[in-house]
Write a protein that binds this ligand. Structure first.
Ligand code: ADP
Ligand code: MG
Length: 328
């Protein structure tokens, strides 16, 4: 269960007719890690996940799990499992029977599969609901049952496609913590598709940022957030300003920009367009002429020492180490 469950995508490609949905991507998912495929709608995340699950044929390339090439294996033979949205639960089956379903399909005896289902329900804190039907459960509870159902085959990789998107904001945060706890406890790999930067930053050991069927950047949340390599990543991950500097384009985090009323050591002069109070921070929208629009994020304590007014001219600076050059 260590090197066994490392997953490697080799030049993985998906075409639907003339549409190139996934364009020869290469990536290694280390065993026992939480990975997020992150990118805007249509960039190829679900196609990638479905190919890993075996729910979509591969146009070209390979999927290797441990020492096995699983590219052409049926879903149930891969060692992967997909968590489907909670609305895919069978409405006429009890919670326990829903969770035990795939073991039934594999011919596991009733007593054994129900015992295993109870174990999984306990893992997701749903032991007391084994006899309920799905429509007697809340949305969050259904989600847990869907998780237990996916985990019952003891996969070495759990695949999740936007698993939190149907939940209200409160439940989404709770389930997010729950997913991370489960992954840590089980020690298997989770590959989670999302278009939410916050979700990926909070959950992942590794983030794979996708754009138009390709991987723009892969790295730890800190690497991707702190040192974006391309303009796409800097803009998509948010919290950055993309600026034209001498010699090319740079990204500077909004919270790394200092605002002063004197011009000494300043990189840019700018006019304050807007001030947005967000509680712990304050966002200052600025116009820096040819350098474009810039956002600076200040801690509330700094802002209120000397509040900045709309229409003021100010001077912006940052440390050289905080300016990340972007690939052309
Ligand atoms: P994402 O999950 O990132 O939103 P998808 O993998 O679903 O992206 O889609 C990638 C591209 O492939 C999109 O252009 C989409 O329209 C196209 N696509 C996805 N599924 C199909 C399909 N079954 N048939 C044809 N085109 C598809
Ligand atoms: Mg999708």
């Amino acid at each position: 269960m260590t090197t066994e469950s490392e997953l490697e995508l080799v030049s993985l490609t998906k075409r639907y007719g003339d549409t190139l949905a996934v364009d020869a991507i290469d990536h290694r998912f280390p065993a026992g890690t939480y990975s997020c495929l992150l990118g805007p709608s249509g960039c190829g995340k679900s196609s990638t996940l479905r190919m890993i699950a075996g729910h979509e044929t591969v146009s070209q390339g390979d999927i290797v799990l441990g020492s096995a090439n699983i590219t052409d294996l049926p879903p149930a033979k891969r060692g992967t499992a997909m968590m489907f949205q909670s609305y895919a639960l069978f409405p006429h089956l009890s919670t326990a029977d829903n969770v035990a379903f795939s073991l039934k399909m594999r011919g596991v005896a009733k007593a054994e599969r129900l015992a295993k289902a109870r174990e999984l329900l306990a893992l997701v804190d749903m032991a007391d609901y084994a006899g309920r039907l799905p429509d007697q459960l809340s949305g969050g509870q259904q989600q847990r049952v869907a998780l237990a159902r996916a985990l019952i085959t003891s996969p070495s990789i759990l695949l999740l496609d936007e698993p939190l998107s149907a939940l209200d904001p409160f439940l989404r945060l709770r389930m997010r913590l729950e997913l991370k706890r489960l992954q840590r406890e089980l020690g298997i790999s989770f590959i989670h598709v999302t278009h939410s930067q916050d979700e990926a930053l909070a959950l992942a050991d590794g983030i794979i940022v996708m754009n138009a069927g390709r991987i723009e950047q892969a790295g730890t949340p800190q690497q991707v957030f702190d040192a974006p390599e391309t303009e796409f990543v800097a803009r998509f991950i948010g919290g950055h300003n993309v600026l034209q500097a001498e010699g090319g384009t740079i990204a500077v985090r909004a919270d790394r920009i200092a605002i002063a009323r004197e011009s000494a050591a300043a990189h840019l002069e700018a006019v304050v367009r807007d001030v947005e109070y967000l509680g712990t921070t304050v966002n200052i929208a600025l116009n820096a002429g040819n350098a474009g629009d810039i956002t600076a994020t200040l801690p509330d304590s700094i802002f209120f020492q000397q509040p900045i007014e709309i229409g003021e001219t100010v001077f912006l600076s940052w440390n050289a180490a905080d300016a990340h050059r972007l690939a052309a």
